[in-house]
Design a protein around this ligand. Structure first.
Ligand code: SF4
Length: 351
């Protein structure tokens, strides 16, 4: 049995976080592994969205899109402020080799139907070297549907270390090759603490969006400067707040060892005010005295279950070291990785 987050806990954490930040415009992001598979007794994903919205929280979701077409009416009527769909290739063969599924057309049809019915749709795409020839097809699709395509560099994790350089390609290479010639104008969205966003507005509608890693910012943040993954990581500490089904709240993708354990408090059914006070004091300790300003730029993301119907892997590789989906990295593995790295660092002085 895979772990899930209970509906009352997701709502309680989200309300307490909102209270701690004094932020009435909070968006809770529902993600990983595949949120549409989430169930808590009689509740499904649409009940969870409705419950968060009843609590005056905006909600968005990241999904692989497999439920989009069959449940398009529910998605359209759900009140989601945004729906992100992972489409890691616009070529059916490559898509199948990555995901193990043959339903690309179905996913794209679901995106089109939802977009035509005014649900804001975004496509997330992780770039894999050698498997980007389909980008023009993708550009055609996003221009036709007038939606946004987000390009992500492959994220390093220890288990894909051997494959990493083989499949890594910087988004800049893709922008130069395919995007620039289709761009009417470029916009940069600046933030103070994390990564700026560059948006390429396309001539025929739609846009392409990338995040720009800021190495100087990385060095200014103590947690990052002294981190064992400093030269592998492309984000900054506290650019995401993640909450996992085991009750751990973390501050970045690679350091699950730096976390708050909310489970004992949730088990005791503490009040939202008490939980909010706990968060305030711990954020101050872990992030620093400017935590409120920094978290204003941060997404609150719930990994609501530990199940997925896809197995996103490198197209030409098999096995454990081929599973690159960042969402599938779970606590024990992350901690072991950190311990191994600490040992290697001491033994070889390599980092
Ligand atoms: S893993 Fe976390 S602490 Fe380490 S450099 Fe990245 S953001 Fe900073």
């Amino acid at each position: 049995m895979k772990n899930i987050q209970k509906i009352e806990n997701v709502v309680k954490i989200s309300n307490s976080y909102k209270l701690a930040l004094n932020n009435n415009n909070l968006t809770a992001s529902l993600a990983g592994l595949e949120p549409t598979l989430w169930r808590d007794g009689k509740y499904d994903i649409f009940s969870l969205i409705a419950e968060l919205k009843t609590n005056n929280t905006f909600v968005d979701i990241t999904t692989n899109g497999s439920a989009l077409l069959p449940f398009s009416d529910k998605f359209i009527g759900s009140g989601l402020s945004k729906c992100r769909v992972s489409v890691h290739s616009f070529d059916q063969k490559t898509y199948s080799r990555i995901t193990g599924k043959n339903n690309l057309n179905n996913v794209l049809e679901g995106i089109t139907r939802c977009s035509q019915n005014n649900l804001t749709m975004v496509i997330n795409r992780v770039l894999l070297k050698g498997f980007t020839d389909d980008i023009p097809k993708g550009l055609e699709f996003i221009q036709k549907t007038n939606i946004n395509l987000k390009l992500y560099d492959l994220w390093w994790v220890k288990r894909i270390d051997e494959n990493y350089s083989k499949y890594y390609i910087h988004w800049q290479d893709i922008v130069s090759k395919y995007i620039t010639e289709n761009t009417s104008h470029t916009e940069v969205k600046y933030v103070n603490f994390h990564r700026n966003r560059i948006i390429f507005h396309l001539k025929n509608g739609g846009s392409v969006d990338v995040k720009q890693f800021n190495a100087e910012q990385h060095q200014r943040i103590n947690k990052c400067k002294n981190c064992v993954f400093n030269n592998k990581c492309k984000e900054t500490f506290a650019s995401y707040i993640h909450v996992f089904p085991n009750g751990h709240l973390t501050f970045c993708n690679l350091r699950e060892d730096i976390h708050l354990d909310l489970k004992p408090m949730l088990d005791k059914n503490i009040s939202e005010t008490e939980l909010s006070n706990y968060l305030k004091s711990r954020f101050n300790e872990v992030i620093g005295s400017d935590w409120q300003k920094r978290l204003k730029e941060t997404d609150l993301r719930f990994y609501i279950n530990e199940a997925c119907n896809y197995k996103c892997s490198f197209p030409n590789s098999e096995g454990y070291g081929s599973l690159w989906c960042l969402s599938s990295i779970r606590t024990n593995e992350s901690w072991n990785t950190i311990n191994n790295f600490e040992e290697e660092k001491t033994a070889n002085n390599i980092i």
